[in-house]
Design a protein around this ligand. Structure first.
Ligand SMILES: Nc1nc2c(ncn2[C@@H]2O[C@H](COP(=O)(O)OP(=O)(O)OP(=O)(O)O)[C@@H](O)[C@H]2O)c(=O)[nH]1
Length: 375
């Protein structure tokens, strides 16, 4: 039964399968060589013996395939099973070499071919152990053959073959070390690049924040508000209305003059917090500049807009500030306008500004709704 695995593990499993199928190409070539050797009479054994190589090869490979396909290999310390696959392949090739006759000299290179599969996977130590295993297996084969079937094959020739194999594996080991070093360097570079990328992403985020946020109040700044309002207007449904409110703190200069700039800053931050907390998630509030703020309400008819800003006005007028003497409160004036889908943002802001002017003119601490003049 295959176990449920995450997408990253699935990707690795797919890679393992790919590598497994690649190894099967080598097995197929070896089966072909055995069959041809048998057909031309160079295989030193019966047809059944020849078939046993193929059956053993297919059987062991089916086991590995099953282990990967069922995800059982994931329970192992090394899920790619590289060590096991290499050892099995080496045992199989040694078994084949015992009957390869004159072809043995050619076929011993398969040991090296098997080890190539471990170049990327195995540690240097494991790679040397496997090279040693190949030499031991082949050494055992020629020694046994020399004592069990004396004269069947020139022992000197077998020793030369063993020596050639040793030289070849040594070269392969050097190449493996070089490739591994390159790979580690690439990995290091990749990690460094990734770290740089993370830093850049963080800096981009900070820059984006700086470019769109007002430092004192943490609200969106004018530029961000204008971009965002424009964007939201393009997404409006035909029957939808937005509400815009230009808000100006009353006699703010006096706060600065009488209680200091820090007190003025506290009042600005106090208004920002109040607005942030009293508006809905989809609404947008920004510092338009100085002691002027702007609010964009989504889905809002003039009445709802008026009620919302009126609530804010009343709450602000009741707000206490640490830097101001007890009983001293601040007020705000607001100019309101509605936005319909076909409207121009600049014109709407102008309408709100005119309404704000009226609110100031009418004595401050009030909300005025822009009245469209129908021509
Ligand atoms: N503390 C503080 N003051 C600011 C900041 N930005 C602008 N101001 C001050 O806000 C004051 C705005 O004053 P005015 O434009 O005369 O308006 P006002 O006194 O609020 O009068 P009305 O708007 O007519 O009610 C100026 O004194 C600015 O220096 C700021 O970030 N912090």
């Amino acid at each position: 039964m295959s176990e449920a695995i995450d997408s990253k593990t699935a990707k690795f499993q797919a890679l393992r399968l790919q590598r497994f199928y690649l190894a099967q190409v080598n097995y197929l070539i070896t089966y072909l060589v055995i069959s041809v050797a048998w057909a031309v009479g160079h295989y030193q054994g019966s047809a059944w013996l020849m078939l046993s190589h193929i059956l053993l090869g297919v059987g062991t490979q089916l086991v590995f395939l099953l282990l990967i396909r069922s995800n059982w290999n994931l329970r192992l310390k090394d899920p790619s099973m590289t060590n096991a696959q290499i050892v099995v392949a080496m045992l199989l090739i040694t078994y084949l070499l015992a009957f390869a006759g004159p072809l043995r000299g050619t076929l011993i290179m398969i040991y090296a071919n098997i080890l190539v599969f471990g170049i990327f996977q195995l540690s240097r130590r494991a790679f040397h152990i496997h090279s040693g295993l190949a030499l031991v297996l082949f050494g055992l084969l020629i020694t046994l053959e020399h004592y069990l079937k004396p004269g069947a094959r020139s022992f000197t020739l077998s020793l030369v073959e063993w020596f050639v194999l040793a030289c070849f594996l040594f070269c392969l080991s050097l190449t493996g070390s070089y490739i591994r070093e390159l790979r580690e360097r690439l990995q290091q570079r990749h990690n460094t690049l990734q770290a740089h990328q993370e830093t850049l992403r963080g800096m981009m985020g900070q820059l984006q924040n700086l470019a769109t946020t007002d430092a004192l109040t943490g609200l969106a700044n004018r530029r961000h508000f204008l971009n965002e309002a424009q964007r939201r207007m393009t997404l409006m449904r035909p029957s939808q209305q937005l509400g815009i409110a230009l808000i100006d703190l009353d006699h703010f200069k006096r706060i600065n003059d009488l209680y200091g700039h820090a007190a003025g800053d506290e009042v600005l931050q106090g208004f920002a917090n109040l607005a942030r907390n009293s508006l809905r998630d989809g609404d947008l509030v920004a510092r338009f500049g100085g002691e002027e703020f702007v609010i964009l309400l989504g889905n809002s008819n003039p009445e709802a807009l008026f009620n919302c800003i009126e609530r804010l006005r009343i709450a602000f007028a009741a707000l206490d500030f640490d830097s101001l003497p007890e009983g001293v409160h601040c007020t705000l004036s607001a100019g309101l306008a509605s936005i319909c889908p076909e409207d121009d943002l600049e014109v709407c802001l102008n309408d709100a500004d005119q309404a704000l002017y009226q609110a100031k003119d009418a004595g401050r601490n009030r909300c005025e709704l822009h009245q469209p003049s129908y021509v």
